[in-house]
Write a protein that binds this ligand. Structure first.
Ligand SMILES: [Zn+2]
Length: 198
């Protein structure tokens, strides 16, 4: 029986590296994988998943309008697909996650999703909300704060190099824009920034 997996973490925990490694393992055994990534993230060019340690692979794109189930079914009809891997899965909609459950349960294809649990304000992304609710397996990919504790929060930095705690949820950026920290250091920094503003 196939299962739905949600591999979640804060920024820069090596999600894309882990995804590409899993895909490689399938391919090495002669099995076909389909990789998806969010259309929104064009940091490395459209239709590509790249890891910070230099690995990359071609990917299909999803936007809120994409019917992921239909895409997978038509690919699977032309040539058997053994595993679906989704990068930036926090950008999935509720509908997408429903479609992925359907692929797992009715087409018996495992789906591995990789993404952030929360945004820079500590709020759940839509994709993460439903993946946390409906996945068969939840796996945390850990990274550490500068203090050595597990990093579970993400700080966002503005163009002036200062931490921002307001703004839209989506603001694509690389390592320079986001830093993963533990809950305590997240609170410390936000308190400090807010105190300065008064
Ligand atoms: Zn810390």
């Amino acid at each position: 029986m196939a299962q739905l997996y949600f591999y979640y973490s804060a920024m820069n925990a090596g999600k894309s590296t882990s995804l590409l490694q899993s895909s490689y393992n399938y391919n090495e055994r002669g099995m076909r994988t389909l990789i998806f990534t969010a259309e929104i993230d064009t940091r490395f060019g459209k239709g590509k998943v790249c890891s910070r340690i230099g690995l990359s692979a071609e990917a299909l794109l999803f936007s809120p309008e994409t019917n992921i189930a239909e895409l997978i079914k038509s690919e699977n009809e032309s040539e058997k697909v053994h595993c679906i891997l989704i990068d930036e899965c926090h950008f999935l909609t509720k509908k997408h996650v429903e479609q992925l459950c359907e692929i797992v349960d009715y087409d018996d294809i495992p789906v591995l999703c990789y993404g952030l649990r929360t945004d820079f304000q500590g709020e759940l992304f839509s994709g993460s909300q439903y993946l946390l609710a409906w996945s068969d397996k939840l796996v945390e990919l850990k990274t550490i704060c500068h203090c050595g504790r597990k990093a579970s929060r993400t700080l966002r930095f503005g163009g002036d190099g200062n931490v921002v705690y307001e703004g839209s949820q989506i603001d694509i950026g690389g390592n320079e824009k986001y830093v993963a920290v533990c809950r305590k250091h997240y609170s410390d920094v936000i308190r400090e920034v807010k105190a300065k503003k008064v």
